[in-house]
Design a protein around this ligand. Structure first.
Ligand code: CAA
Length: 378
């Protein structure tokens, strides 16, 4: 067993840390307040290779392993969880899914630009189908050489900033999940409209929209995999996505902890630093222990995926635990900051709001427990 990161891993982590501190930190409060998508910053992330990290270099990717990816995700999420969810969706849900299951033609046309520049969106959730993902209401009618898509998707990350959208839809409801397909849509296809932007509690710099489809004509060549493979495609893709969101939750927690640690050494109360009070020391000890435990789960899941071993349970456990401790650690970070922690000028206030979504998207806490218990009982 080896807990040592390689030189390459350390270099990726340093590059992500430097980028986050230099390019993301300065405007993060303003982007959160005004719900501004970090367009310039995402462009720079793409130049640095963070948008297609695990994609084979022959498709313009970085050819890196999942450990490198989670290290970069943690550093970027420490500073700006809105930027990191854009990165996570593009890497884990869109690029990975296309590389693993797409046709050669789809990889040439869509994966190459997505791995180099971004930005893709993954469209599964609907107004009436969130956790119960088989209950897709969006329909894709088979017309021979093409499909006709109708329906609405909700809470879509990168909804207005993506160029390419992977959309899940029902072709034959009588076949339940075996009647579901996944399609590649391009922005601007006739009948495809980007709907309302969500006014969210957290990750407010991230671009979350509903999408509407009215008689959108999709060539058959844009279906991913065989007829009826769409649900299995979505589930397989989400397994890896959950490692990305687990590393995001870990990063939010670690970022809040680092700020709380620093603040506790600077702020004085009752004649000594906060960090000299046992009440604060014990909080810091608990926060650091939870973060280390979450990091071990995240790295275990990433390692299993890199070893091509079954990582479904490990990914769900990592997401379940990291998202839970992100809640706890950010709440304690606010508590250590006292009144300052409750105002927007201090980053921990945003981090506490950002942490909540990690228990909801890419499978709620309850869904992770379903996945884990099914794997245990199988
Ligand atoms: N990995 C691979 N395949 C899986 C799987 C997994 N984790 N879970 C289920 N499947 C497969 C099953 O093997 C089965 O396939 P076969 O018939 O070929 O064997 C098929 O999927 C159907 O499985 P179930 O009968 O178990 O399906 P179910 O209706 O009971 O539901 C569920 C399964 C796990 C609850 C699933 O609906 C689920 O994961 N729901 C959560 C959806 C989700 O994560 N949404 C997130 C939205 S995307 C997002 O948030 C992105 C973003 O923008 C940030």
């Amino acid at each position: 067993m080896d807990f040592q990161l390689t030189e390459e891993h350390l270099a990726v982590r340093n590059a992500a840390r430097n980028f986050a501190q230099t390019d993301l930190l300065p405007g993060v409060i303003d982007r959160d307040t005004h719900q501004k998508f970090p367009s310039e910053q995402i462009k720079k992330m793409a130049e640095l290779g963070f948008m297609g990290m695990m994609v084979d270099p022959k498709y313009n990717g970085g050819g890196m392993d999942t450990i490198s990816y989670v290290l970069a995700m943690e550093e970027i999420s420490k500073v700006d969880a809105s930027a990191s969810v854009c990165m996570s969706v593009n890497n884990s849900l869109v690029c990975w899914g296309l590389e693993r299951f797409g046709s050669e033609e789809q990889k040439e046309r869509y994966l190459k630009p997505l791995a180099q520049y971004g930005i893709g969106a993954f469209c599964l959730s609907e107004p009436e189908a969130g956790s119960d993902a088989t209950s897709q209401r969006t329909t894709a009618e088979d017309k021979g050489d093409f499909y006709i898509l109708n329906g609405t998707k909700n809470w879509i990350t990168n909804g207005n900033s993506a160029n390419v959208y992977i959309v899940i839809a029902q072709t034959d409801a009588s076949k339940r999940h075996k009647g579901i397909n996944a399609f590649i849509l391009e922005r601007g296809m006739p009948g495809f409209v980007v709907g309302k932007k969500e006014d969210k509690m957290g990750i407010r710099g991230s671009d979350t929209h509903s999408l509407m489809f009215t008689d959108v004509k999709i060539p058959k060549a844009n279906r991913i995999g065989e007829e009826g493979f769409g649900f299995n495609f979505a589930m397989s893709t989400l397994n890896g996505g959950r490692i990305g969101i687990a590393s995001q939750a870990l990063g939010i927690a670690a970022g809040a902890y680092e700020l709380a640690l620093k603040y506790s050494k600077e702020r004085k109360a009752f004649g000594k630093n906060l960090s000299d009070h046992q009440a604060i020391q014990f909080k810091l000890a608990e926060m650091a222990t939870k973060i280390d435990a979450a990091r071990l789960l995240v790295h275990q899941a990433a390692w299993l995926k890199d070893q091509k071993k079954d990582f479904v349970k490990a990914a769900a456990m990592a997401k379940l635990y990291a998202s839970q401790i992100a809640q706890e650690v950010t709440t304690e970070a606010v508590q250590i900051h006292g009144g300052y922690g409750y105002v927007k000028e201090y980053h921990v206030e945003r981090m506490m709001r950002d942490a909540k979504i990690t228990q909801i998207y890419e499978g709620t806490t309850e869904i992770q427990k379903m996945v884990i218990s099914r794997e245990l009982l199988r």
